[in-house]
Design a binder for this molecule. Structure first.
Ligand code: GLY
Ligand code: MN
Ligand code: MN
Length: 434
């Protein structure tokens, strides 16, 4: 349904327009994904298109052009009373202007006809090639069309530029409205993790806990999880992207939950690990303390000027020290680092950008070097230790998988952990489980 216009969308379009001299930016909507026959997967708009317009309907295209006084064009599905009975209301061509601030709007069926006209006298076309080959063809046909007419004096796009350098750099720096939405997503998610801890008992199935999370997300106004929830108990806690969520949980198991809601198009991404029976065993506690120390040290290192590689290094050193102390790595510290003896237990990086997408956009390297963090960027901090149930280690350690993950906003003064309200210390986790 149409959403109220907010000034933010207009401001973002202004930013983009200033960054694309003699340019035209083209952002197609996320294609509808068929589940089977005539049933579709739930629709979610492409983050770039939503970021610049708030428009959430499929079969649409956003255009921003510097060559016109009326720079913002939307191509949308036309109103169709019969289809709207089945699928719900459409904004239509008029609604695109009235509710979404488009200067011009056309039926999506007119795209091939209108696009070549929009490309006349444009030097730089900002469009991401290689995502949707069918749409690439339509764009290239439009470019060829206007190029053919160049003999009559019109200029045509001679450069096709990936717009990520413009849109994704903007998206990487969250404005105050976005930070507010991310705080809300984080707080719903933290409460869901607390409810999961309090609901969990030996004998329950992982999916019963997934249901607790999903119910709280939905009840709180989140439309969907930001990614498929990982609810892995016992040996499943060591499977990084475990999704089956169907195991019956035993007394003595750990449960690793990596789940976050999406709220108004903004993601949260939180992992907590806790004992199914409410009390950590000595071995579980020992491993947990190592991961927690690594996580806290990495959060401490998250500030303006830091790099994700640097933050990972801080976490990694704590993990390696811990693995040696636990007797799981039998080598001196430098050798363990050098020969990557930690890899069987800690095989992923510590951080990624977070925003509208859970693995959010934004360049991780600038001019070949890891980029420095700046205020307004949000990252995750998520070290872990995963000990396979088949590992050649004392049996008390087998099948222990522990990850602790928080969402951290870089601020001018340091950082703000958006997800602090999910229990994390051993005492707080055990209290939440009781
Ligand atoms: N939940 C996906 C991740 O932690 O990156
Ligand atoms: Mn996660
Ligand atoms: Mn993550």
């Amino acid at each position: 349904m149409p959403q109220p216009l907010t000034a933010r969308f207009r401001e973002r379009r202004q930013h983009v327009l200033q960054a694309i001299p003699n340019g035209l930016l083209l952002v197609p909507s996320q294609p509808v994904a068929i589940r089977n026959n005539d049933v579709e997967h739930p629709y979610r708009q492409h983050s770039d298109l939503w970021y610049l317009s708030g428009f959430d309907e499929p079969e649409s295209v956003l255009v921003l052009s510097t060559s016109s006084e009326r720079p913002f064009t939307l191509f949308v599905r036309e109103r169709d009373p019969e289809r709207e009975v089945w699928d719900g209301a459409r904004a239509g061509v008029e609604g695109a202007k009235e509710y979404f601030g488009a200067d011009e709007a056309h039926a999506i069926t007119k795209l091939d006809e209108v696009l070549p006209k929009l490309l006349e006298n444009v030097d730089h076309l900002y469009y991401r090639l290689g995502v949707d080959r069918e749409f690439d063809d339509r764009v290239l046909r439009a470019v060829a069309n206007v190029r053919r007419r160049a003999r009559r004096g019109q200029r045509y796009p001679t450069h096709i530029i990936d717009p990520s350098s413009v849109i994704h750099e903007l998206r990487l720096h969250k404005d105050s409205e976005e930070i507010g939405l991310m705080r809300r997503a984080a707080s719903i998610t933290c409460e869901a993790h607390r409810l999961a801890m309090s609901a969990c008992r030996p004998g329950m199935h992982e999916y019963e806990i997934e249901a607790v999370l999903a119910a709280h997300f939905l009840k709180s106004g989140s439309h969907r999880p930001a990614y498929p929830s990982i609810v892995g108990s016992g040996p499943n806690s060591t499977v990084l992207h475990y999704h089956e969520n169907n195991r019956k949980m035993d007394d003595g198991d750990l449960l690793l939950i990596d789940a976050g809601c999406e709220y108004s198009y903004y993601a949260s991404d939180v992992t907590r690990t806790f004992p199914v029976n409410g009390r950590f065993s000595p071995a579980q506690k020992a491993v947990y303390e190592v991961v927690l120390a690594a996580e806290l040290a990495a959060i401490e290192a998250t500030r303006t000027g830091a790099t994700l590689d640097g933050i990972h290094d801080v976490a990694l050193r704590e993990i390696v020290r811990g693995l040696i102390d636990l007797g799981l790595v039998g080598a001196p510290f430098d050798e363990a680092l050098e020969k990557e003896l930690f890899k069987p237990y800690f095989m992923h990086k510590t951080s990624h950008f977070l925003g509208m997408d859970v693995h959010d956009v934004g360049a991780y390297f600038v001019a070949g070097k890891p980029r420095s963090l700046e205020p307004g960027m949000v990252i995750t901090v998520e070290p872990g230790i995963y000990i396979s149930d088949k590992a050649d280690v004392p049996s008390a350690y087998r099948g222990i998988g522990i990850r602790i993950e928080d969402d951290v906003l870089v601020t001018p003064a340091g950082n703000e952990v958006l997800t602090n309200s999910a229990p994390k210390s051993i005492a707080d986790v055990e209290a939440a489980c009781s």
